[in-house]
Design a binder for this molecule. Structure first.
Ligand code: B12
Ligand code: SF4
Length: 542
């Protein structure tokens, strides 16, 4: 095979780092293979089929590699108005609000299904109009839902779970995929392979001039946050998380010099100033300290004046690392505290101590950190009680007292149940989910289950959230996106995940926590008043 067309399936505009790494990897090993990257998010929906057809006609690829990054549009967090509609639909006491929410919910369901249908139509277009081309597909969303999606794709499509470098190379060379995580449908049978040793990342760098030549749309990303991967894999076991399933548990590091070379090329050649470490976890443990430290030191040594962010375990930040982070340009951070109860955290196998998380925040404050911290709470996790909810409110107050209230933005980020996670397994065993359920099939009942917020605590958590969101004048979802350029969200600050901006702007998470505290305290005082009146009735007889 001599030519590869990469097609990044439409999603909210985000730098398509995965396909850039794949194309670069192939180019280093097979410089004669012609390659082209097409990012469909940058076209209005009505022009996407034509863009696929035109690119395939002009480029004549032997191999078409589809990259499917996102499917989830029902996000379980308050940056997304679908959570508010869902809560209004299930919990609002005003029937009118329920009716309005049901219409909004229907619209969102329609968008969700059309998004999936449209994404599937492009591989079908290639299969019908360019039958000689081999089709491959991979990416985060494909990996998450491979079992369901492979059944909807043209027969013969090679699906790859997780990283795709070696698999694509093998397909071009005509080698067997037996040691890769492939999935393939033959009629009604689905075949799967298991990855042997995962690739080491010691040679992964990006040749930016080459990339620029095969990705003419790169200009649309000038000024955007650029993804950089410094390692793959996460050794933790957080019950709800899919990342170790996607990337593996074994951590593989890229040499810091190569990571910073990537950054520096984008900095000097494209003028990029904002970077996002796309690692499942930037600080994966103490073993990662030397690599993280060297990356940050090199950013400083090369005098790159940039802003960076990523998923960071605050509990692993040391005073030295905090200083380096701040000096090298760390921007806003998203910290998954999840709960203020150590018992709830332990039950979710989060593998960190709250005290260490507070220490990390303290070190950042001492180092002069001036960014925002989004503090994600997954209220109503398994083992949650009224007491543990109050502990979560306290934990917010504690972090706010360390970093300053004006910097800390709690965000309600309910547990979303994802396939191939411990949480899903546990809920299947408990009968909360039924075996064989389809995670892509959204109905009012399944949404209620998948946005994990079970009884008995659900109703007053929802009440607290709705109360807070109403105060902020209801739903104003700034994420007007269809992927088309004209409707791309306006620059709203340095944070890479623009969908979370809504939660920051309104700071409604703080109100939700404080409302929850109010509700819980009044329940407690009602209970103790009831107890004491019962006691006073009982006392004379005893
Ligand atoms: C970093 C990250 C983010 C960052 C991105 C920052 C940035 N500037 O790039 C932020 C925080 C902004 C973010 C946001 C969101 N994310 Co995100 N994100 C990730 C994360 C951790 C890494 C993605 C990444 O860039 N990896 C590094 C690159 C190199 O890998 P890659 O793109 O996956 O490509 C590799 C493979 O997938 C494969 N591959 C890719 N394409 C192809 C094609 C072929 C043919 C083959 C063979 C292989 C292949 O090979 C590539 C190289 O090895 C993943 C989870 C994970 N661990 O993978 C979630 C993930 C991709 N995100 C996810 C989601 C849902 C979102 C959001 C939509 C969440 C939300 N509801 O708000 C948003 C919006 C994203 C957007 N479009 O704007 C989901 C997608 C699955 C799903 N349920 O749909 C994931 C998988 C997390 C999860 N929930 O499990 N995200
Ligand atoms: S939540 Fe973070 S630390 Fe936990 S398993 Fe997922 S990526 Fe790793």
């Amino acid at each position: 095979m001599n030519s590869i067309l990469y097609i990044f399936l439409p999603c909210k505009k985000v730098y398509p780092i995965g396909v850039t790494y794949l194309a670069d990897f192939i180019h280093r090993r097979k410089p004669d293979v012609r390659q082209r990257i097409l990012d469909l998010s940058l076209f209005p929906q009505a022009q996407r089929s034509r863009a696929v057809r035109d690119a395939a006609t002009e480029f004549k690829p032997d191999l078409v590699c589809f990259s499917w990054r996102d499917i989830q549009i029902f996000s379980p967090h308050e940056g997304d108005s679908s959570l508010e509609h869902a809560f209004n639909f299930y919990f609002a006491s005003n029937p009118l609000k329920r009716v309005v929410a049901s219409f909004a919910g229907l619209q969102q369901l329609y968008r969700y299904y059309s998004h999936i249908r449209a994404a599937l139509s492009y591989p079908w277009l290639i299969a019908k109009e360019f039958p000689k081309a081999q089709i491959m597909i991979g990416g985060g969303a494909f990996t998450a839902f491979a079992d369901q999606l492979i059944l909807k794709l043209p027969e013969g499509t090679i699906g790859i779970l997780g990283e795709g470098e070696d698999a694509i190379l093998k397909v071009i060379e005509g080698q067997s995929l037996e040691n890769e995580r492939y999935i393939l449908r033959e009629g009604k049978t689905v075949r799967k392979g298991q990855q042997g040793a995962p690739a080491l990342l010691d040679a992964l760098t990006v040749d930016l001039p080459y990339l620029t030549s095969i990705f003419p749309q790169y200009r649309e990303y000038l000024g955007e946050s650029i993804g950089v991967q410094s390692k793959r894999g996460c050794p933790y076991d957080c019950a709800f998380c899919l990342y170790p399933y996607i990337e593996g548990k074994r951590v593989r590091y890229r040499p810091p010099s190569m990571v910073v070379k990537d950054i520096s090329q984008h900095y000097h050649q494209w003028g990029a100033r904002r970077f996002w470490f796309t690692d499942a976890q930037f600080i994966t443990g103490k073993e990662a300290y030397p690599q993280c430290t060297e990356i940050l030191e090199r950013i400083l040594a090369e005098k790159l004046e940039l802003e960076w962010s990523g998923y960071i375990r605050t509990s692993l930040i040391t005073p030295e690392l905090a200083k380096l982070m701040v000096r090298s340009g760390v921007g806003d951070l998203e910290v998954a505290i999840t709960s203020g109860s150590q018992m709830v955290l332990n039950d979710l196998h989060m593998g960190f101590k709250l005290e260490r998380l507070y220490d990390g925040c303290r070190y950042l404050a001492e180092a002069g950190f001036k960014g925002k911290v989004i503090l994600n709470y997954s209220l109503n996790s398994p083992k949650e009680t009224e007491e543990s909810l109050l502990q979560s409110v306290e934990s917010y107050k504690k972090v706010a007292s360390i970093l300053g209230e004006e910097r800390v933005f709690p965000l309600m980020f309910f547990l979303g149940i994802q396939p191939n996670t411990d949480l899903e397994q546990r809920l299947l065993e408990e009968g909360y989910l039924s075996a064989g359920y389809n995670p892509l099939m959204l109905t009012p009942t399944s949404i209620r289950k998948l946005l994990y917020n079970p009884a008995p605590l659900n109703s007053f958590i929802a009440k607290a959230c709705l109360r807070a969101w109403e105060r902020k004048e209801g739903s104003r979802d700034p994420r007007k996106w269809t992927g088309s350029l004209s409707q791309a969200p306006k620059e709203s600050g340095p944070y890479a995940d623009k969908s979370l901006i809504r939660g920051i702007e309104g700071n409604s998470g703080r109100d939700a926590l404080l409302s929850l505290e109010e509700i819980l305290r009044s329940r407690q005082s009602l209970r103790s008043a009831k107890d004491s009146s019962e006691k006073s009735v009982v006392t004379p007889a005893s």
